[in-house]
Design a protein around this ligand. Sequence first.
Ligand code: FES
Length: 345
Amino acid sequence: MGYRIEIVNLQRVIDCAAGETILGCLQRQGYRLRVGCRNGVCEICEVKLIQGEVVQRYPELILAIDENQPAATVLACTTIPDSDIRVSIEGLRCPGELLVKKLLCDVTAIEKLNHDVYRVRLKMPATASMSAEFYAGQYLDMYLPDGAKASFSIGSPPDSGRDIELHIRHISESELSTAILEHLKKQEAVEIELPKGECYLQAHTIDSDTRLIMAAASTGFAQIKSVIEHLLANQFGNQIHIYWGARVEADMYLEKLPEQWANEHPNIHFEPVVSEPEKSPGWQGRTGLLPDAILEDFSDFDDVEIFTSGSPAMVYALLDACETRGFKEEKMHSDVFSYAPRPKK
Ligand code: FES
């Protein structure tokens, strides 16, 4: 017979199988706790037992705590519940929750991709405890020595190990933009904090019959790129429609990459769209605004989820346009909803 473990500080209750240690139970259900020896020696996996009966195999201990007694400390790796128990576990991370960390990364390359966009490559430290994890679609904050910070979408997938790619547009009228690029060009390392943002995608969470629309404007392509490369790394077979909008053709960069995805994967479709074709001599592709292009191609959105990265004006224009065809806001994912919310209609 199994027992229930109430994790008081997280307000969660989980089921523990008969004979299972607290650590085994937590890990089986995706929780993460700092562990070392796993045999009761290093004491890194301490748990506060608030109430209930347990058997700790090493060091040997049988404990029964009732609500009127002070909490006792037990080791998650060697302790087996012998009744329903209530515990408090510091530093325990819920399934899917990643730790936000500040870390120093090597600047490994800076490359100019068009007239004002740079690709910056960073490498996170090799030591796992000094490095960080992220989900495809999340962003990071970059810090300058004077404390100034700027946020950038991560343009590489989490499947790339220690490597991080950023697409940084130089906005000449912005002192911060200039300072960041100067810093990156001169310094061998830069301080970043990640992961940030609730707009991310994990391949296994998408239903197999869902069609994805990925709509990016300008360097919003970085976020889309991270997601697509994550999906490709996980053999994702759903239909993916990429729309990338730029004001003029000269603002595009790396466009050969989505063309290559579309050529190599029959489920991927790529539509670059330019909104000022009169300033793009020689442009042969689609013209107009992204929302209009998407509405031209989709008559219904029943099985569609949209992942979009761009200005608030673009994102809300796209939402409004798709809603005219029955699309529901909860199926659109964008960081804009967090940093520039608009009143509910
Ligand atoms: S991991 Fe070392 S005592 Fe539990």
